[in-house]
Design a protein around this ligand. Sequence first.
Ligand code: GLP
Length: 239
Amino acid sequence: MKKIICEDALSAAQIAADVFERQVKEKPACVLGLATGSTPVRLYNELVSRCTAGRIDFSRVRTFNLDEYYPIKPEHRQSYSAFMNEHLFSKVKFASTHLLSGEASDPHEECARYDAEIEAAGGIDLQLLGLGHNGHIGFNEPAVSYSMGSYLVDLTEDTLKANSRFFGENEPQPTQSLTMGIGSIFKARKILLLITGEGKADITKKLFDGMLHTDVPACFILLHPNVTVVIDKAAAAKL
Ligand code: GLP
């Protein structure tokens, strides 16, 4: 594992963008695994600037996102599909972009279809991850067992509360989501975990305390043979 602690969230985004840039230069037709949440927004801005400046060419790159609320329509402003369009897909040209569908009639079938699609694309070369306050990855919530493939998950109270800030007062918030499993994430050839902000200091401390906490899904990710963790000083404050 490579752990990089940087000054602030902006420099964390730049270092993460360097990892993306290297990946795309090394393999122009690579497959990227993408994430949502507030953490990757600065990274996506940086990727858009580098692409506009002609530094990175994403035109042969295919992307797969980690997760999506369920049920939700892609045009809902809080869907991860809308998030990706707003921050990246409307600004950068990719060969193709893929998300789990929040409006699939059979969520289990949709998960199997998505896993097969990733497999058919040759697997993910570089998977970006953020970190939930409770240690979740994608929407893999703390549990006693973890899924090998994509699955339908009930969100925990913690996560619903953390993400309620994005939904309007009278706007119904989905209580379930579709997410790649810990096993699917582990299949990526490289993993980049990005952690920023003082609100993540406690969970970051637990993640790096030398124990494999089974109730911190992100701990499993640290066992991956090619993982880079980029942390800003605020999130690293308790290390
Ligand atoms: C959501 C997403 C995760 C993300 C997490 C943290 O729950 N499903 O993929 O890592 O939020 O979000 P933030 O970066 O806003 O703290």
